[in-house]
Design a protein around this ligand. Sequence first.
Ligand SMILES: Nc1ncnc2c1ncn2[C@@H]1O[C@H](COP(=O)(O)OP(=O)(O)OP(=O)(O)O)[C@@H](O)[C@H]1O
Length: 266
Amino acid sequence: MTKAYLSIEAVGVSFTRGAVTTEVLREVSLKVDEGEFVSIIGHSGCGKSTLLNVVAGLVPVTTGAVILDREAVEAPGPDRAVVFQNHSLLPWLSVYENVALAVDKVFAGRKSRAERRDWVMHNLALVQMTHAKAQRPSEISGGMKQRVGIARALAMQPKVLLLDEPFGALDALTRAQLQDRVMEIHAQLGNTVLMVTHDVDEAALLSDRIVMMTNGPAARIGQVQPVGLSRPRHRLEIDREAAFLDARHQVIAFLHARHGAPREAA
Ligand SMILES: Nc1ncnc2c1ncn2[C@@H]1O[C@H](COP(=O)(O)OP(=O)(O)OP(=O)(O)O)[C@@H](O)[C@H]1O
């Protein structure tokens, strides 16, 4: 039997504050193949970001384990780059320098200065941001900042790209453009992606599989929906395709009919 590239194995996470312990995740297991694009969807507060942060090594597991490419995840590392909703660029550095900082950290000693410079420019080109390389984050739009964040993450050549609602703070048009860019990059690089989102259409458009989480506390995976659409996908064409509509319907049925928002639940 072949081993999954990324394996989340019976992960449980509890947080303790003073005398109070909250069980956020219980027995969460998921296998992701190399090159697969998997989205995690669920109601606010169910534990999606916690799960992503466990894979990132930012939150320790209470029980279970995460294995990436046959190695246990125990701490943050450049093989798991995260892009957060709120761009986390360093404001005093230029666009180029923000990406270069990560590249220098990961590739110092393995790539020459010239190679590192070319690699920064290559990744800025992937997100169409070379024209703004000298600008500071305060001088560019929210969508552009997210593109730089994605370039910085890709430049680390991670084994898994972790996206935590990367388009959540953007207007609808910018969001659509960035989704298309991420699909193109995924087609080009074949990278493995785990993405947290609230947006059902976004999940169905981008993903190979959509992982639906039950409401917390003690959230678990309730259902996994494959998206049976070939690639490349074009947003203007797929929203009439049965496979897209079916995936979308399944997710909406899960979120609203069977696992309504916690305050609406019976
Ligand atoms: N470090 C922490 N200490 C204590 N509780 C935490 C910590 N991090 C998260 N939590 C709690 O864990 C639960 C899940 O949070 P998490 O951010 O993972 O949910 P989410 O599904 O990503 O939410 P949203 O969709 O609103 O971003 C919440 O109740 C949150 O308050």
